[in-house]
Design a protein around this ligand. Structure first.
Ligand code: CA
Length: 216
């Protein structure tokens, strides 16, 4: 081959490699618990709520991508939950109602999941509390390879006025449903995931029913 042929060959090889990578991606299947709304409705008022019924995004990920958070250890800014246990965050139960959620103290609080090793992350799904149509405030989700999160990347931020101090977020707040919130993550590599919230439209407390971290 001459130089021109070599360059063409290299270009075609690169294109084929890209094509093969795209072909290998499959739609990620995330299982939603059954919907269950109970109790007296409370108006959920925030200035930047997304329209109810906004569909979850389609996530394309390599075959073999799975929930790496399942059963992993959870730490928190609130070591002594008011209701429930931090283990609930990764125990695989994501039904609505009593016995499935952990309640953390008021103001801004976080939970953190240790995936035990660095993973390539494609999506994070979170269910705070979905037996009432409410919205959690200042939902910020970060990933890092640093347990103390001195450096990190933000993958979701619905804090529209920087009250949490991580900068103004571009994401809308949202009403909790059985579909939780599916957050696309663009192949970021990280071992730790930390999720913040700052009370909700019904009360000042913070809740988690389940967090899933899909990666490979
Ligand atoms: Ca759970």
């Amino acid at each position: 081959m001459n130089n021109k042929q070599l360059i063409t060959f290299a270009t075609i090889s690169a294109l084929l490699a890209n094509f093969a990578t795209a072909e290998d991606l499959v739609e990620l299947s995330i299982e939603f618990p059954p919907p269950m709304i109970t109790g007296t409705p409370v108006p959920a008022v925030l200035p930047h709520l997304e329209p109810p019924g906004t569909p979850a995004p389609t996530i394309m990920a390599p075959a073999g991508t799975k929930n790496l958070a399942a059963g992993k250890s959870v730490t928190s800014s609130d070591d002594f939950p008011i209701i429930g246990d931090l283990e609930y965050v990764t125990d695989g139960d994501k039904d609505a109602g009593e016995g499935y959620f952990v309640e953390l103290f008021e103001d801004i609080q976080w939970v953190q999941i240790d995936l035990e090793k660095e993973a390539e992350i494609y999506a994070i799904a979170v269910w705070h509390f979905h037996s009432q149509k409410r919205a959690y405030k200042d939902v910020v989700v970060k990933v890092s390879n640093d347990e103390s999160f001195e450096d990190y990347k933000i993958v979701f931020n619905s804090d529209h006025d920087n009250s949490a101090g991580f900068g103004k977020g571009d994401n809308s707040a949202y009403i909790e449903t059985n579909e939780g919130k599916v957050i696309p993550v663009n192949k970021l590599k990280a071992r730790y995931v930390r999720l913040y919230s700052n009370g909700n439209t019904s009360n000042e407390m913070n809740h988690y029913t389940e967090v899933e971290v899909y990666g490979i």
